[in-house]
Design a protein around this ligand. Structure first.
Ligand code: G3P
Length: 198
């Protein structure tokens, strides 16, 4: 299991990388907005805390592929090891092909169906992030979607990993782990809860 931390809170990241086997940090626009500081400064500070060996994921916000590509290039200028998160929209898929062609690592994000994940992997995404709780919240089955994604990766021998995201309770984390996802990204408070027993 590859554990990542889903936050831009520097104190929480500092504490978590000290305590837990954290392989990286994932951010998204709403996580960044909570910090009330400039985007680039936040990313540089996170990199300083986590070091060069851990992964750092940052999301593009453009609506069209060309804008997303430019954002990805700017992110790489800022941090050569950055993994660029791209939402799985039609333009996002186009952007993934362009970004992948430039050798920039990609996390396909906001995934709600296994077929979105499959096409994103074929387009060059290295990590595939299903939003487990958001699916559960609309009477979907986040775990089942994550499990299907694991199966598709195996069926097609894809060079991609499921990065399950959007957790709100430990049972969701446990179920996707049983389903064989390769990685999870978890908010710091939930990371602590993973170890709690009354
Ligand atoms: O990293 C993205 C994902 O974790 C989003 O979670 O809480 O906005 O559903 P949430």
């Amino acid at each position: 299991m590859i554990y990542m931390l889903d936050t831009a809170d520097l104190n929480a990241i500092t504490q978590a990388v000290d305590l837990y086997p954290i392989a990286g940090v994932t951010t998204n626009p709403s996580i960044i907005a909570k910090e009330n500081r400039p985007f680039k400064a936040i990313l540089l500070d996170i990199r300083e805390v986590i070091g060069r060996e851990r992964m750092l994921h940052a999301q593009v916000m453009g609506k069209d592929a060309r804008t997303m590509l430019k954002e990805a290039q700017a992110l790489r200028e800022l941090d050569p090891q950055i993994i660029v998160k791209v939402p799985v929209t039609t333009q996002g898929l186009k952007a993934m092909k362009l970004i992948h062609a430039q050798g920039i690592r990609i996390t396909a994000t906001a995934i709600l169906t296994p077929q979105q994940a499959l096409m994103a992997a074929v387009a060059g995404a290295e990590f595939l992030a299903p939003y487990v709780n958001r699916l559960d919240n609309i009477c979907g089955d986040g775990t089942a979607v994550a499990a299907d994604m694991v199966q598709l990766i195996e069926n097609y021998q894809l060079d991609a990993k499921v990065l399950a995201a959007s957790f709100k309770n430990i049972q969701q984390v446990h179920k996707v782990a049983l389903a064989g996802v390769q990685s999870v990204t978890i908010a710091p408070d939930l990371m602590e809860q993973l170890l709690v027993h009354p």
